[in-house]
Design a binder for this molecule. Structure first.
Ligand code: ATP
Length: 310
C-alpha cells in the first residue's frame, strides 16, 4: 500500500543577487585609510551599478571619494569591506596574479596628469604597443591595433612623436589608446580633462565617446567638468563616500529628435535609505525625526511638530 504523497511547500523564489546583470557592481563598499593617528572613511557604504555599454560620469566635491572608487575599480587599491565586482571579477578576493591579469585585460585607466599616462622616451605607437607586448600579442597584430586606435581618436599624426612633441589633448587621446590597447571591458578615467582648456577637453571627451560607442568599452569617468558630465546619459553624484543622487539625460522626441531632458533622482539604498538634500532639510527645518506618509503615488516627508515643543 502506498501512503499519501508528501507535498513539501515550494521553495521560496530567490530574489536575484543585487547587480546580477551589471558589469560593475559596488555593494556597500567601504574603504578606510588608517594611519597611526587618523582614520579616514573615504568610501562609506557606496552602492553603484554600471551596465555593459554605458558611459557614466562620477561627480562630487573634493574629498568625496571619487578617486578612491576609481582606484578600487582599477584594481590598484583594495576595499576594506563590501562587495566590488567587475566583469565577474571579485575585487576583494583576487590573488596577486589575478590582479595583474585583471589590470592588463579587464580595465583600462587614464589619469588626470597627462605626463603620468605616457613614457617620456616612447613615441605614441611604442607606448600603445607596450601593454600588448606585455600581454604577448603578436607583433603584426600589435602594429595593426595601435594604428587603428590612434586613427579612431584622431591622433595618427602623433604616431612617431614623443609626449614632449604633443599637446596635452593629444597626449590624453594617446593615453586613451594605451588604456584600450588590450580591449578592456571597462575604461576608467580620473579627471582626464582636468589639465586642459575647454576646446581640448572636448576633443578628449569625444575620444572617450568613441571608446564607448565605436570600440565597445563601458566608460566610467570622474570629472569636475560640467561640460563633460552634461554630455553623458547618466551622472552619479558622490557625497561623503556614498552615491547621493543621479541625473539621467534622455533624448526627447523633439522635431529634430535632439531634445534632451535631464532629471535628477535621489539614490535609495537597499535598506530603503534616501538622503534628503540639505537645502530641503533647511527649507522645512527637518531635523532628527520626520513623518512619512504614503500619498497615493508618492511618499511625503513632513516635519514632526512634536519636536518643536521639546
Ligand atoms: N592614501 C590615502 N591615505 C589617507 N587618506 C586618503 C588617501 N587617499 C585618499 N584619502 C582621503 O580619502 C578621502 C577621499 O579621497 P578621494 O581622493 O577619493 O576624493 P576625491 O573625491 O577624488 O577628491 P578630489 O576631487 O579632490 O580628487 C579624502 O578625505 C582623502 O583625504
Amino acid at each position: 500500500m502506498t501512503g499519501p504523497e508528501l507535498s513539501l511547500p515550494a521553495a521560496p523564489e530567490r530574489a536575484p543577487e543585487y547587480g546580477h546583470d551589471a558589469l560593475v557592481v559596488c555593494d556597500n563598499l567601504v574603504r578606510i585609510y588608517q594611519s597611526d593617528v587618523v582614520e579616514v572613511q573615504a568610501l562609506q557604504g557606496l552602492d553603484l551599478l554600471v551596465h555593459s555599454g554605458e558611459m557614466v560620469a562620477i561627480v562630487g566635491a573634493s574629498g568625496s571619494g571619487k578617486s578612491t572608487l576609481l582606484q578600487v575599480l582599477a584594481g590598484v587599491d583594495a576595499p576594506t569591506a563590501g562587495r566590488a565586482r567587475v566583469a565577474g571579477h571579485d575585487l576583494l578576493a583576487m590573488s596577486r596574479t589575478e590582479r595583474v591579469r585583471y589590470r592588463r585585460h579587464v580595465v583600462g585607466f587614464v589619469r588626470q596628469q597627462t605626463s603620468r599616462n605616457l613614457v617620456p622616451y616612447l613615441t605614441a605607437s611604442q607606448v600603445v604597443d607596450l601593454p600588448m607586448t606585455l600581454a604577448g600579442v603578436p607583433r603584426r597584430e600589435r602594429h595593426q591595433r595601435a594604428a587603428e586606435l590612434l586613427g579612431a581618436v584622431g591622433v595618427t599624426h602623433c604616431a612617431d612623436r614623443r609626449p614632449d612633441q604633443m599637446s596635452g589633448g593629444e597626449q590624453q587621446r594617446v593615453a586613451i589608446c594605451v588604456a584600450l590597447a588590450n580591449d578592456p571591458r571597462v575604461l576608467l578615467a580620473d579627471e582626464p580633462t582636468g589639465e586642459l582648456d575647454s576646446e581640448t577637453a572636448q576633443e578628449v571627451f569625444a575620444a572617450l565617446r568613441t571608446a564607448n560607442r565605436d570600440l565597445g568599452a563601458t566608460v566610467v569617468v570622474v570629472t569636475h567638468d560640467a561640460a563633460v558630465s552634461g554630455q553623458v546619459e547618466r551622472t552619479v553624484a558622490i557625497r561623503d563616500g556614498r552615491t547621493s543622487s543621479e541625473v539621467l539625460r534622455r533624448n526627447g522626441s523633439g522635431v529634430d529628435g535632439d531634445e534632451h531632458t535631464a532629471e535628477e533622482y535621489a539614490v535609495m539604498d537597499r535598506a530603503g535609505r534616501v538622503q534628503v538634500p540639505a537645502e530641503y532639510r533647511e527649507a522645512l527645518a527637518l531635523t532628527r525625526r520626520v513623518r512619512l506618509t504614503l500619498e497615493g503615488d508618492h511618499v511625503a516627508v513632513r516635519r514632526d511638530h512634536a519636536d518643536d515643543v521639546r
